[in-house]
Design a protein around this ligand. Structure first.
Ligand SMILES: [Zn+2]
Length: 174
């Protein structure tokens, strides 16, 4: 099986794919899994993001990519990511999202998480992240469940984002 890389591109709110629960991959992975991940990384880098989830690239499948390195030379592709541990401690930091251009707001996240999944070869991998990395994992895995960071904003954040969201809805071409 191959996925259509040419059909992939950044999806912007209110694209319904962003509200759709993404499907898990089954093994063996698609033959062009690496090209799919690379395309997601290209989209992410083109828009200066640190992470991107499948639905944001038009793919309703459980895959995320990320690169938290300063030089943007440590790309990761993680398939069927799952949070297997989340710290009780939480932190509140400002987030943004490539699918919600120019909207920012504070979101409460677990300070540390442990995430399991597969790499593009279908091998089991595990990550431990804290701070920005932990928030990124929670943000991207939320996307796979049809949840965006704006859904997790507090009352003030939601009020601030309201007009921007309305503007995005008005300019959405469908
Ligand atoms: Zn996002």
């Amino acid at each position: 099986m191959n996925l259509d890389v040419n059909a992939m591109g950044l999806r912007i709110y209110p694209d319904p794919i962003l509200k759709t629960k993404a499907e898990a991959f089954s093994l063996p992975l698609p033959e062009n899994m690496e090209a799919v991940g690379q395309k997601m990384l290209d989209i992410m880098n083109e828009h200066q993001g640190i992470g991107l989830a499948g639905p944001q690239a038009g793919l309703s499948l459980r895959v995320i990519v990320f690169d938290l390195s300063e030089d943007r030379n440590e790309p990761h592709i993680l398939i069927n990511p799952e949070i297997v541990y989340a710290s009780k401690d939480k932190v509140k930091e400002e987030e943004g999202c490539l699918s919600f251009p120019e909207i920012h707001g504070y979101v409460i996240r677990h300070e540390k998480v442990k995430v399991t999944g597969y790499n593009v070869k279908g091998e089991a991998v595990e990550y431990e992240g804290e701070g920005l990395m932990a928030a990124m994992f929670q943000h991207e895995i939320d996307h796979l469940d049809g949840i965006a960071f704006v859904d997790r904003l507090g009352t003030t954040g939601k009020m601030k984002a309201k007009n921007m969201l309305e503007a995005l809805r008005e300019s959405y071409a469908g």
